[in-house]
Design a protein around this ligand. Sequence first.
Ligand code: ATP
Length: 197
Amino acid sequence: MLKIGITGGIGSGKTTICKVFETLGIPIFYADTVAKQIMTTDQILMDGVRATFGEESYLEGNILNNKHIANIVFNNEKELIKLNALVHPAVFRAFDEWDAKLPKHLPYSIKEAALLFESGSYEMCDKNILVTSPHALKIERVTKRDKVSEEQVLARMGKQFTDKQKLKLADYLIENNESKSIILQVLDLHQQFLIMK
Ligand code: ATP
C-alpha cells in the first residue's frame, strides 16, 4: 500500500484537506495527535523522557508533567532537539504499527504531520504533498481557531521550514487559497494515487 505524507505550515489547512481524503475512505494518521497520546503510552519514549528531563517529567499515575517539559524546552533549541529526538522515532513506530493493521485492499494511507520534512518522516513516505496558503490567511485562520495573538502564530511559524524549503522536498502541491477548489485538487491527486497503487 502506498504511503502518502501531507504537511503544510501552521493554519495552511492540512487537517481540513485530510478530512476530504477521509470522505474518500482513505485512512489518515494524524501524527501530531498521536505524538501527544504516546507521551503516556509508549514505554520506550517515557523511559527516554524520564532519563533526559528527570523523574519529575511524569506525575503520579504516569501523567505527563507538561509544565515541567514546557519550561525546559521553551525557547531552548538544544532541549527541544533532544525532545524531538525522542518523540519522532516513537511516532514513526506508532505509524508503522497503525499502517500494518490497515486492510490490505486499501489503495493508500496518509500521514499528516506538521513537521513531516523537519523530522525526516517524509523519507518513509512514497510521495509527499505540501499544502500552502497565503501568509495573511494562515494568520487570520489560526488567530481565530486557537484564540491566540498574531505574535504567537508568528513564533510557531518560526519553528517550521518555510514553504520555499518545503516545496523543494514535496512531490505535489495543494493550494488552499480560497480561489482554487480544494475538493477538485484532492480528487485529482486521489486519481493519480489510485493509478500508482
Ligand atoms: P495546524 O498546523 O495549526 O494544525 P492545519 O494546517 O491543520 O493547522 P486546519 O486546522 O486544517 O490547518 O485549518 C486552520 C483553520 O482554517 C481551521 O479553523 C479550518 O477550519 C480553517 N480552514 C482551512 N482551510 C479552509 C478553507 N479552505 N476554507 C475555510 N476555512 C478553512
